[in-house]
Design a protein around this ligand. Structure first.
Ligand code: ZN
Length: 356
C-alpha cells in the first residue's frame, strides 16, 4: 500500500473512530481487503503514561506539551494501532497537586498521545477518579474528541462493558479494559462507569464483543507494584480472558516489567512496566517494554519486545530501530519482512498463516 493510500485509510479509520457512537460498531462489517494485500496489521502496546508531577514539570520547562513522546513517537505512529495505559485523568477543573498520588493531566497534554498516533488508551486504573466524577467524564470526552478511544471507562456501565472496535485492513480489533481498583484509597463507593476486574463481567463482555470483532484484546490494570512476577489474581483474570475468547491480554500497573505467557491460543503480557513516568528511585521502574504484535487476519503472526529506557524527557528505545517507519510490503508478508523494530518477522505459529 503506498503512503497516500495508507494516509487516506488512516484518515477514514480515524474519522470512523472519532464518530465514536458506541452503538455504531454493531454495524461495522469487515471490509474486503484490497486484492493482493494481506490483512496484515502491526499493533503496538506500551505501559503506564502519567502527565502529572515531574512529567508535568519537565513539559513546562521545555514549553512542549508533547515532549514525553518526541523520541518514541515515530515508532508508535508507524503501527496500525498504538495503545497505552493512561494513568492520569484529564480535567479542566479542580486542584492540581504537584506531588503525591492524586494525578491530574492538563488537557493540552493530549498532544503527546496524538503525536504518537495513540488510537486506544486504557482509562481503567486506580487513578481513574483522581479528578473526581467530572474527570471520568471529561477524560472520555477529551480522548474521543482527539481521535483516541478510551477503554475501561465510558459514559455508562453499559457503554464501558461493550468495549470498542477499531477496523484495520478489514480486521476488526475489539478492546476491553479493566482495573483491580478504581479508588486509590480516596473513595468509598464504586463508579460503575469504570470497569472493575471482575471475572464474571469479563466472561460476559468478551464473548459479546467477539460477536462484533475478529480479535479481542483485554487491557488489565492489575498486580502488585514493583513485583516482577504476576500475582494469582492477575493470572486468574488473564486466563479467564483467553478462556472467554480473547487473543491478547495486555497488563500494566506494577510499574516494572513482568513475565509473558503463551496460554492456549493467546498471549499474555502481565506488565509492560512504565512508559511515561517519573519513578527515578529504582532501576526497574526506569525500564519498560514496548510490545509489537503482528497479526495476519485474526491470527498472531509474531510478537516482538522492544526495551525502553524511561528518562526525564520521555521513553527512548534501548536497541537501535530504523530511522523512519519501515514500509513493509504486505505482499511479502508473512514470507519475509521486518517489523517496526527492524527485526525479521519470524512466524510464531506457521500453521496459523491465514488468507482472508
Ligand atoms: Zn496503577
Amino acid at each position: 500500500m503506498n503512503r497516500l493510500a495508507h494516509s487516506v485509510l488512516t484518515a477514514v479509520f480515524l474519522l470512523s473512530s472519532c464518530r465514536s457512537s458506541h452503538d455504531e460498531y454493531l454495524q461495522l462489517k469487515p471490509t474486503k481487503r484490497v486484492v493482493g494485500h494481506a490483512a496484515y496489521n502491526r499493533l503496538i502496546f506500551a505501559g503506564d503514561v502519567m502527565f502529572s508531577r515531574d512529567v508535568r514539570k519537565q513539559m513546562k520547562a521545555a514549553d512542549d506539551d508533547a515532549m514525553p513522546f518526541r523520541k518514541i513517537a515515530p515508532l508508535l505512529a508507524a503501527s496500525d494501532i498504538a495503545f497505552v495505559n493512561l494513568e492520569s485523568p484529564f480535567s479542566d477543573q479542580g486542584r492540581y497537586f504537584a506531588g503525591g498520588l492524586i494525578f491530574h493531566a492538563e488537557p493540552s497534554t493530549v498532544a503527546g498521545l496524538n503525536l504518537a498516533h495513540i488510537a486506544v488508551a486504557s482509562t481503567a486504573n486506580n487513578h481513574a477518579r483522581d479528578c473526581g466524577p467530572h474527570g471520568v467524564a471529561f477524560t472520555v470526552a477529551w480522548l474521543r474528541s482527539h481521535g483516541i478511544e478510551p477503554v475501561g471507562s465510558g459514559n455508562s456501565a453499559a457503554e464501558t462493558h461493550r468495549g470498542v472496535v477499531l477496523v484495520r485492513n478489514g480486521v476488526r480489533f475489539g478492546f476491553l479494559g479493566y482495573t483491580f481498583d478504581q479508588k486509590n484509597g480516596n473513595w468509598k463507593d464504586l463508579d460503575d462507569r469504570i470497569a472493575i476486574a471482575d471475572i464474571d463481567a469479563l466472561r460476559h463482555d468478551v464473548p459479546e464483543l467477539k460477536k462484533h470483532s475478529d480479535v479481542v484484546i483485554v487491557s488489565m490494570h492489575h498486580g502488585i507494584e514493583y513485583n516482577s512476577k504476576p500475582s494469582a489474581g492477575q493470572i486468574a483474570f488473564a486466563h479467564a480472558a483467553i478462556d472467554s475468547g480473547a487473543t491478547l491480554v495486555i497488563g500494566h500497573h506494577p510499574h516494572v516489567i513482568e513475565t509473558q505467557e503463551s496460554y492456549k491460543d493467546g498471549e499474555i503480557f502481565y506488565s509492560l512496566g512504565n512508559f511515561v513516568f517519573d519513578q527515578y528511585q529504582r532501576t526497574a521502574t526506569q525500564h519498560g517494554e514496548v510490545v509489537e504484535i503482528s497479526f495476519m487476519g485474526r491470527q498472531i503472526l509474531a510478537t516482538h519486545v522492544m526495551p525502553v529506557l524511561i528518562t526525564k524527557t520521555g521513553p527512548e528505545p534501548e536497541e537501535s530501530v530504523p530511522a523512519g517507519p519501515l514500509d513493509v510490503s504486505p505482499e511479502l508478508v508473512p514470507h519475509s519482512g521486518q517489523n517496526l523494530f527492524g527485526k525479521s518477522i519470524v512466524l510464531a505459529r506457521p500453521e496459523t498463516r491465514e488468507q482472508r
